[in-house]
Design a protein around this ligand. Structure first.
Ligand code: BMA
Length: 373
């Protein structure tokens, strides 16, 4: 064997693995805080044991209550908190004191600290208004994405909006002044046509540029080092569709999708999720990313939905977490909007079985895991 060849074999098969193992598996932010890096690594490890259960706005309100200290619909039903807490920043960009779902930002910061202190995981979405028209996130005016990219008429405005997001994130510290790691999930459901950043309203190139601009602004300009970044579509029918606007492995930590059952049958919902999760799991292995069901909503008029449908759909897959959407309660029509059971709801008993299943991880489970160490 010629010496040079032997030497390169040594480098590739021995030294490279040794060097990279020493560095460990890192989030895309190479300067991520210790706690953020630990969270990233522990999330990967934990997905071998089971999946964490999360709930949006869990500590702020439930179907029949608002702002009661320590309360959560999940806790009312199981005696335990969720493992993942979802929050939402929409309207922070327009200096409102409350978000688009009426949660005061000051209160949100306190509740985020509470969830973190309990060992839970924090994820934050952002239904930001349309920066071109000033209307809501659901206003898909043509040209919005290009208007906020560098050189566009709204790029400065967009940077001001990101400054406000950065200020909010900087406010997330525990009592020792340690930054609380956050899985930031902007531009979600990106293959749907309902948001201004979604589907046909921008090209793949524009979306990728928007994503990369956003991550580098927060990380490199604002020097935030306690964020992990989640890329997430809505339902999708192929790997190609999922990846169409994927900005690249160096810009994403968590990959996920959102899914709502709406009118489909339980059988169809199980097979849809099963198919999408198989694709997501393959991608997460290839790309070495964290897979998650970043939002879901099921058919809670079926009293055994949790163990009969949801657990069947996801139980055989390795994912990090699932996030049930918000228990908003009564809508203007009088109809109740909720995605996890509340006390007295017909899936309550089945949810307790789901809670007890070895694969589901809730507050007490993650507290024991010490995800930030
Ligand atoms: C939607 C609904 C809305 C809410 C929005 C942002 O799915 O729950 O009521 O305003 O999310 O949280």
């Amino acid at each position: 064997m010629p010496f040079r060849f032997a030497f390169s074999m040594l480098v590739y098969f021995f030294l490279v693995p040794v060097i990279t193992a020493g560095q460990g598996d890192m989030p895309i932010d190479k300067a991520a805080t210790k706690e953020t890096t630990s969270l990233y690594r522990n999330l990967k490890k934990l997905s071998g044991k089971g999946f964490m259960f999360g709930h949006q706005d869990a500590l702020a309100y439930g179907v029949n209550w608002k702002y009661e200290d320590g309360r959560s619909d999940i806790k009312d039903v199981t005696g335990d908190y969720p493992a993942v807490y979802g929050w939402e920043l929409g309207h922070l960009e327009i200096d409102k004191p409350v978000n688009l779902d009426s949660v005061p930002f000051k209160k949100m910061q306190q509740l985020i600290i509470q969830g973190y202190d309990r060992g839970g995981v924090i994820t934050i979405s952002w239904h930001l208004n349309n920066p071109l028209t000033g209307k809501s996130a659901w206003d898909p005016a043509a040209g919005t994405v290009s208007s906020i990219l560098p050189g566009g008429s709204k790029n400065n405005l967009y940077k001001e909006w990101l400054d406000k997001v950065a200020a909010f994130m900087i406010g997330l510290k525990d009592e020792n002044g340690t930054f609380i790691p956050v899985i930031f999930r902007p531009y979600h459901e990106l293959n749907g046509n309902w948001f201004w950043w979604g589907g046909k309203h921008c090209s793949s190139e524009e979306f990728k540029k928007l994503w990369i601009f956003t991550v580098s602004y927060l990380r490199d300009e604002k020097k935030l080092h306690h964020l992990l970044y989640a890329y997430n579509t809505d339902r999708f029918s192929s790997r190609e569709e999922y990846l169409e606007k994927y900005p690249g492995d160096e810009w994403v930590d968590v990959i996920g999708f959102d899914i709502y059952q709406r009118n489909s049958s339980n059988e169809k919902f199980i097979s849809d999720i099963d198919k999408m999760l198989s694709t997501l799991e393959d991608l997460s292995k290839e790309k070495n990313k964290i897979p998650a069901l970043t939002e879901f909503g099921g058919n809670l008029s079926d009293s055994s939905w949790w163990t009969g449908t949801f657990l069947k759909a996801i139980g055989n897959h390795q994912i990090s977490y699932v996030l049930g959407w918000r228990n908003a309660g009564a809508k203007s029509t009088g109809e109740l909007e909720f995605y996890v059971p509340y006390r007295g709801q017909s899936t309550e008993k089945d949810f307790v079985k789901f809670y007890q299943d070895a694969k589901t991880l809730f507050g007490e489970d993650v507290k024991n895991e010490k995800l930030y160490k």
